[in-house]
Design a protein around this ligand. Structure first.
Ligand code: SF4
Length: 422
């Protein structure tokens, strides 16, 4: 089935730089077909895999199998030279699809696959390697395999899936939804404003649009509605972040709890406090709640710093750091990775607000890297934060969703963005 790919709205490069991120940090869930195929390859635990079984049962209530991992979190098929044994012995095409796709993510959007990238991969965050057009042939082939695996076919209306809903009450047709996406994308890429103000404008617009029944607009009224409400959002969002009210105690508390989750790394070589056991992890979360003293190193890459230092202004982001973050947000919004199947089935507005939460989080982490340039700090912050966005199921629990909604509905999110951009 030939489902075309929509190119990314920005220049994004990638090639595997053998950082080992994917093979040492993630659990790979196998489909039934992949499990059968790998089992038929005849891997012997003692002879081939240093005494480890190749598969791990997923356990109740999930079914199926994961690739087994060693005690350090790395995949049992990862050889001592950092090469995949499946690839070496049976060829690239026989590896699980998730391994071959990383760090790319394909999402159904209208009649095409929309391409996203996981910035948890250091090469993707740093924009190293070949440009996306050079990966198109591979991605198209993987898109076909993914469509088959997910049983996706083009529907009579020409789309692969139903459009994600806007909220609990509303759903609009793909053409209108994609028009909305392009409008938000244009706002986020408008360099007449700083990136932090672009986000505050988007949030103001999302607030206005969230109160509007877009599904009941007369035909062709969406464009005018967006134009009018964007002008209103522009007036609502002060130009100078110093003119935005400071976050309240409640906003700061929810933000720090989100930070403790987003900066956590429980597996792989960059494992942080989790390597000292669950009590250390719990104590780290409590220290985040208090927000004083040293920042718990939930992730090994987090530098030594204190909460007080993270509150010290570091000045606005320079152009190069803004470009790194702009590339990130353009890809996440353009690919629809913030809502629907790309993000735990969240509605459009809720997903957009959840994505906006990553902006103050990134600014906060960037402040911790005091010895790095802002650009380098932005790249490092992205590898930490994007490890979770759209993938950590804890972010989809009702507690976290309520927390993010509280930040957005009370205006705390815009305050936090302005605060950490100073
Ligand atoms: S199967 Fe190969 S590519 Fe996939 S995680 Fe294991 S070592 Fe890495």
């Amino acid at each position: 089935m030939g489902i075309p790919l929509l190119n990314l709205p920005v220049v994004q490069n990638w090639d595997c730089q053998a950082t080992g991120t994917c093979c040492k940090e993630y659990r790979i869930k196998l489909t039934e077909e992949e499990h059968r195929r790998l089992a038929a390859q005849g891997w012997d635990a003692d002879r081939d895999l240093d005494g480890h079984q190749p598969f791990l049962p997923a356990g109740w209530p999930r079914r199926g199998f994961f690739l087994n991992r060693r005690a350090d979190g790395s995949c049992v098929f990862l050889g001592p030279e950092g090469r995949c044994r499946i690839h070496e012995r049976f060829g690239y095409e026989t590896k699980p699809l998730s391994c071959r796709m990383f760090p790319f993510v394909l999402l159904p959007g209208g009649a095409v696959w929309r391409v996203s990238v996981r910035f948890a991969c250091p090469s993707a965050a740093a924009n190293k390697g070949r440009s996306l057009p050079e990966h198109i042939a591979d991605l198209t082939r993987m898109g076909e395999q993914l469509a088959e695996r997910e049983n996706l076919q083009l529907q009579p209306d020409g789309a692969l899936t139903r459009p994600p809903r806007l909220d609990a009450r509303q759903r609009i047709a793909w053409p209108d939804l994609l028009y909305l996406v392009d409008h938000i994308l244009a706002l986020l890429r408008n360099r007449a404003d700083t990136l932090e103000r672009r986000w505050r404008k988007c949030l103001a617009l999302a607030d206005l649009l969230g109160k509007t029944r877009l599904d009941q607009l007369p035909p062709d009224a969406l464009q005018d509605t967006l134009s009018i409400l964007t002008t209103a959002a522009d007036v609502d969002a002060p130009r100078d972040p110093h003119h935005v009210a400071i976050p309240t105690m409640l906003g700061r508390l929810i933000f720090r709890l989100a930070t403790s989750l987003y900066t956590r790394k429980d597996h792989g070589p960059n494992r942080g406090l989790a390597s000292h056991g669950r009590f250390a992890l719990l104590s780290g979360a409590l220290r985040f709640a208090r927000g004083v003293g040293p920042v718990p190193r939930m992730h090994r890459l987090l530098p030594e710093a204190t909460f007080e230092q993270a509150e010290e202004p570091r000045g606005p982001l320079d152009r190069s750091a803004e470009e790194v973050l702009e590339r990130y947000y353009a890809i996440k919004v353009g690919s629809l990775q913030f809502c629907g199947p790309g993000s735990f089935g969240l509605g459009f507005w809720e997903g957009l607000e959840a994505l906006a939460v990553t902006m103050p989080l990134l600014l906060w982490v960037i402040r911790l890297f005091r010895d790095a340039s802002q650009e380098e700090a932005a790249v490092r912050a992205l590898t930490i934060i994007d490890d979770h966005f759209g993938f950590n199921p804890l972010l989809a629990t009702w507690r976290m969703r309520l927390g993010f909604q509280t930040l957005a509905r009370r205006g705390e999110l815009s305050r936090l963005i302005a605060w950490y951009s100073r």
